[in-house]
Design a protein around this ligand. Structure first.
Ligand SMILES: Nc1ncnc2c1ncn2[C@@H]1O[C@H](COP(=O)(O)O)[C@@H](O)[C@H]1OP(=O)(O)O
Ligand SMILES: [Mg+2]
Ligand SMILES: [Mg+2]
Ligand SMILES: [Mg+2]
Length: 354
């Protein structure tokens, strides 16, 4: 399968949702709520989920969606609901043909709430299921840092299409990550990139604002001949991955540069285009299980750009186990040529802790 239509819809849907998230990013009041697990959610997360699911359902009505958010709190909080509806109503692609492909505007506020709730698939190993994180890195989004709009299509448990919209990364693939890439990205000049991949067809990037295939460029991971010069990325939030384990691994690998700390799957996109080299995510808790929407698009984009992605024990990420990566612990993403070396050092450091 070429998945051409799926890729087109996914790219345009992510692009449209990013118009909405950018509006919210520049507003002081982001309509933030705290979820049951005490993580934040904003009007941007809800609005982006509604727009993306509406576009998927308009094109592929029988497909299921595993989306991070759900609308129960909005059905009670009419003020917040109205704010989101205003945003969603006012967001469209400027190219009317592209907007038509997405099915045009959502019909009503109730249709918007239903679209958000249609992200309730249990996931699994059968059929066509989309994994959606409307804003990945909500904490980064609130801080003025990196975040990503993430969408992937899985067929029978395997990721076939992956799209990441990163409004605060440079458009230019050749801009290397620096220590401040993950912080204070409120200046929009030259920013906004869309990464995209289809299984077996390679990975690409293009400006998040352009419509169509014109400015699409193939991306590749950088080949790393000298680990001392490698750039490794990790979460900015110390609660999301173990900075101490990651620093022990990096120093054993001979990495000399300080890590680049940034929120969201922007890390996967950055290493896929060679702006960085390695992404390490070692667990901070024995019980946390990663969510499929936090990894599906990034996993495919990195693998299609010449990388390898496994967990800390060397197992491929298994997206067929439901809404979470039930059979995986942590993430190790690196160029294929050095992945097994990186993994052996990860295992050594983790063994030594026992
Ligand atoms: N204890 C944890 N370990 C790993 N990831 C976590 C943990 N708690 C939350 N997350 C998730 O990490 C993702 C962000 O990763 P990063 O740090 O790379 O930006 C978020 O989607 C967040 O989920 P949530 O949406 O529940 O906040
Ligand atoms: Mg996330
Ligand atoms: Mg999210
Ligand atoms: Mg969240």
């Amino acid at each position: 399968m070429s998945y051409q239509k799926e890729q087109e819809v996914a790219e345009l849907a992510v692009q449209r949702a990013a118009i909405l998230t950018k509006k919210v990013f520049h507003e002081k009041a982001k309509g933030t709520l705290s979820k049951n697990d005490s993580s934040p959610v904003t009007i941007g997360d809800f609005g982006a989920q509604a727009l993306i699911i509406a576009a998927i359902k308009s094109n592929f009505p029988n497909d299921e969606v595993v989306g991070e958010e759900e609308a129960s709190s909005l059905r009670e909080d009419t003020n917040l609901r109205d704010q989101i509806w205003e945003l969603v109503k006012g967001t469209s692609l400027s190219d009317s043909k592209a907007e038509d492909i997405l099915g045009g505007p959502i019909a009503s506020m109730y249709a918007m709430l239903d679209a958000i709730d249609a992200g309730n698939s249990a996931g699994g190993a059968k059929g066509r299921i989309w994994a959606l994180d409307p804003i990945d890195g909500t904490k980064g989004f609130l801080r003025g840092g990196q975040y990503a709009v993430c969408l992937a299509l899985m067929v029978d448990g395997d990721v076939k299409v992956g799209v990441l919209g990163c409004p605060n990364l440079p458009v230019d693939d050749s801009v290397a990550l620096t220590a401040d890439s993950g912080v204070d990205q409120t200046d929009e000049e030259g920013k906004g990139v869309l990464f995209s991949a289809v299984f077996g067809q390679g990975a690409t990037s293009r400006p998040l604002t352009s419509v169509g295939m014109g400015e699409r460029k193939a991306i590749q991971m950088k080949s790393v001949s000298d680990l001392s010069q490698a750039t490794f990325c990790e979460s900015l939030e110390a609660g999301h991955s173990s900075h101490s384990d990651q620093s022990a691994i990096a120093s054993k690998l001979g990495v000399t540069k300080p890590s680049v700390r940034m929120d969201s799957q922007a890390k996967y996109g950055s290493i896929a285009r060679g702006a960085g080299d390695i992404y390490l995510r070692l667990p901070t808790s024995a019980t946390y299980r990663e969510k499929i929407w936090d990894h599906a698009a990034g996993d495919l984009i990195v693998r299609e750009a010449g990388g390898e992605v496994t967990d800390s024990l060397g197992r491929r990420l298994d997206f067929s186990k439901g809404r979470i990566l039930a059979e995986n612990k942590g993430v190790v993403a690196a160029p294929a040529a050095i992945h097994s070396h990186v993994l052996s050092v990860v295992k050594e450091v983790m063994e030594a802790k026992k």
